[in-house]
Design a binder for this molecule. Sequence first.
Ligand code: PGA
Length: 253
Amino acid sequence: MSGRTPLIAGNWKMYKTGPEAVDTAQRLVELLADTADVDIMIAPVFTALDPVSQVVADSRVGLGAQNLYWEKEGAYTGEISADMLVAAGCQYVIIGHSERRQYFGETDETVNKKIRTAIDAGLIPVFCVGETEAEREAGQTFSVLDKQVQIGLGGYFAKDLGTLVIAYEPVWAIGTGKTATREQAQEAHQYIRSLIEQNIDKTLAQSMRILYGGSVKPDNVADLMQMPDIDGALVGGASLDAESFSKIVKFKG
Ligand code: PGA
């Protein structure tokens, strides 16, 4: 982690109605009241953002959305703008999650525009990258990461990206129970950090938080967090239950 404050983020995906999300958030606020030296974020569905923001206000728990659209407003049925997320109480937004790439036509180019929109609105982007199983087996992990980072962050300078968080999420580890080994994750994180250093800026590369995502659970988080380039976790399934997510947040014991 080398001096970077860890971030443990929960991606609630398309789970929980507004009232259900409020209940879980209330429990989390209680369970995590005494945590220190770790940033925490939960990302519920859009309809739950506003009520959950009231629950987590003045707590250790930050609020994020799972997506945004790059236009300010307009005739874009079904979409949501960065300003709308800010008004609903968000500080973070997940961008380019593999499920959005796989099912909803997200590309490296749309991800690039969305990151700009998030930064301009003062949101912290959590930019997701990662290879599929077929790509890993074909020895393409680094070239896939290279393309995702080069295009996703194309045209950006260090001054734009001070808050940006990257989440390395190998697609084959998401929701499958197959976690990357800590060595596999470390290798990918180190490579991503080197891409930032070579293409953007050395100081930025050193300060940027790179999270691991893909079947993170209370019993494997501490092991992953020992690696020098792993600065936190983006957690799906195990973030839906307040007790399990709070154990992950308290990975130091
Ligand atoms: P998982 O999901 O923890 O359920 O594997 C991670 C993610 O999709 O962010």
